[in-house]
Each structure stands twice: as structure tokens, then as C-alpha cells.
Ligand binder design. Structure first.
Ligand SMILES: [Cu+2]
Length: 145
């Protein structure tokens, strides 16, 4: 027969593992922004990695330099390139997703000022469950992409 103490210990171990698994495990690398002179929009690129044991879902993006920010995906329709919003982006455990020109990007709309090469811009990724991830993106000069 199990003693109450052993039962309690087993329960605590389960709780601890659950708490560890629930910790946000998303990280970002190589974040940069392509500034487009003369417009009030810009595209940001980065590489996201989920190092955890559970899926992580990005449900939105914010930036203090943009009135509105969202994840976009570029599609080729015939020979025409078009982009559309991506509502959610889920990374499976151990998955890496690369945002790159011609594919996924963070679209920054209604910029508060013209982004200058060398400037650092903070992007805040909003995750399902309420966590956020701050990512600093470096504005690259045109031609150095
Ligand atoms: Cu876009």
C-alpha cells in the first residue's frame, strides 16, 4: 500500500515537470530590418527557435516605432508576388523558423519615423498564453542584405 508521503512526492514531481515544460522556450536570432526609404512601412526578418518540449504559438507583434505590426507571408501567385497576414505561427518542439525576404516577415506599418541604418528597433512578440518575447532588430542599409 502506498504511503501518503510517497503519493504526495509523486504529485509534486509531476507538478514541477509541468511547470518547467510550460516555461516559454522561444528564442530569436539574427533580427534585422530592411528600411525602405520614402515609405512608412518596413519589413523585419529573424530566426525563431523553439527549444522547449511544447509547441509555441506567436499570435502577434508590437513595436513602439510602428502604429501596427503583423506577421506577413509572401506568396507567389503565378508570377505575381503578394503578401497576406499570417494570424498565428506555431513552432513545434525543437523547430526553427526563418523569416527571410520572399517568405515570412514582420510587416511594420505606420512607422513613427524614417528608420535609419544602424538603428536598433525592439519588436515584441506576443505568445499564446500571455508571454512575450522582446527582440532587438538592427536596421541594415539598403544593399547590405
Ligand atoms: Cu508584408
Amino acid at each position: 500500500m502506498r504511503t501518503p508521503a510517497a503519493f504526495l512526492a509523486a504529485g509534486l514531481t509531476t507538478l514541477t515537470l509541468a511547470a518547467l515544460a510550460a516555461a516559454p522556450a522561444l528564442s530569436a536570432a539574427d533580427a534585422w530590418i530592411r528600411a525602405t526609404p520614402g515609405t512608412d512601412v518596413a519589413a523585419a526578418y529573424l530566426t525563431l527557435t523553439n527549444s522547449g518540449a511544447l509547441p509555441v504559438t506567436v499570435i502577434g507583434v508590437r513595436s513602439s516605432v510602428a502604429g501596427m505590426a503583423m506577421i506577413h507571408e509572401t506568396h507567389l501567385v503565378g508570377t505575381q508576388s503578394s503578401m497576406r497576414p499570417r494570424e498565428e505561427l506555431t513552432l513545434a518542439p525543437k523547430e526553427t523558423v526563418r523569416f527571410a525576404p520572399g517568405g515570412l516577415h514582420v510587416m511594420l506599418h505606420m512607422l513613427t519615423h524614417a528608420l535609419k541604418p544602424g538603428e536598433d528597433v525592439t519588436l515584441v512578440l506576443l505568445l499564446k498564453g500571455g508571454d512575450t518575447l522582446d527582440v532587438v532588430a538592427h536596421v541594415r542599409p539598403l544593399g547590405q542584405e
